[in-house]
Design a protein around this ligand. Structure first.
Ligand SMILES: C[S@@+](CC[C@H](N)C(=O)[O-])C[C@H]1O[C@@H](n2cnc3c(N)ncnc32)[C@H](O)[C@@H]1O
Length: 264
């Protein structure tokens, strides 16, 4: 698919910069995951975890530091996987490994099952087909395992990004939008590369939830947060790795999480 190939090229341009940035950050041996996720994941000690759309594996290593028995990251970009393997070597994380794959095709090449299937922070918008995605998620879960997603809120993605910084809510995108938005701004966090053609699908909340239900999962909860996990313009860091707009406090949902288990 043309769009997936463009996204792969775009993300690959950022890999080396991300590797250098996150290698430095991980060197303090701390965990750099925001408290929205940490509080909801709870005790993950001795559990196995599959991390979908892991980028260069920095969060996979952070998650492993929570005491997982095993962590496996998956990403579309070969270059991300190259640097993810390097990062695991750098920090001697022998129980962390990585797979290069389109997440929508992962079940064709990987048959293992996990206690936790995890994905977070800038993920679902890169996928054109959530029904297929949810089936892959389901196929990777142990019968008593769970799925967890924490991502930016589709409602927040409707507004002009620059205007939000100035306290204005101008609708720019459609909520019910099956088509991909083409953009030249990849917005590489921690990278000087800012421009590369890419495609993004803003899925509605009902599409996300219904895809999981149709794949045979039961929603344990759906939570919404007034904080975002990256600095999108004029925002304050209100807690480590969590940001709020200067002009909005509790008016807008900026991120959400869902936990789901297999329906019996
Ligand atoms: C914003 S990053 C997610 C980063 C993640 N929060 C982390 O650091 O662990 C989005 C990632 O999704 C990956 N991606 C995009 N489309 C994908 C697909 N179809 N299958 C697998 N990974 C994909 C990109 O290569 C990129 O690394």
């Amino acid at each position: 698919m043309k769009e997936i190939n463009e996204n792969k090229k775009a993300w690959s341009l950022l890999s080396k910069d991300h590797y250098e940035h996150y290698k430095k950050r991980l060197s303090d041996n701390q965990i750099h995951i925001n408290e929205n996720i940490i509080n909801e994941l709870g005790d993950v000690k001795e559990k196995s975890l599959l991390h979908l759309q892991c980028n260069i594996g920095a969060d996979t290593i952070d998650l492993a530091r929570l005491g997982l028995s095993k962590a496996v990251g998956v990403d579309l970009s070969d270059s991300n996987i190259y640097y993810a393997n390097q990062l695991a070597k750098d920090f001697q994380m022998n129980h962390v490994s990585f797979i290069e794959s389109d997440v929508l095709k992962l079940n064709e090449i990987h048959k293992e099952k996990y206690d936790i299937v995890f994905t977070s922070e800038g993920v679902l918008g890169w996928l054109p087909d959530l029904k297929k995605w949810a089936k892959v998620v389901r196929s990777m879960m142990k019968e008593d395992g769970y799925f967890y997603v924490y991502d930016s809120h589709p409602f927040f993605h409707l507004f002009d990004e620059d205007d939000l910084s100035n306290g204005k809510t101008n609708l720019k995108y459609d909520y019910f939008n099956a088509k991909a938005d083409e953009s030249n701004d990849i917005g590489g966090y921690a990278s000087e590369v800012k421009h590369a053609k890419n495609y993004w699908w803003n899925h509605s909340i009902s599409d996300i939830i219904n895809a999981l239900i149709e794949a045979g999962l039961e929603i344990n909860y759906f939570h919404e947060f007034d904080t975002l996990f990256w600095q999108n313009g004029n925002m304050d860091e209100v807690k480590p790795y969590l940001f709020k707009y200067k002009y909005f406090d509790r008016q807008l949902p900026l991120s959400y999480s869902i936990k789901a288990t297999i329906r019996k």
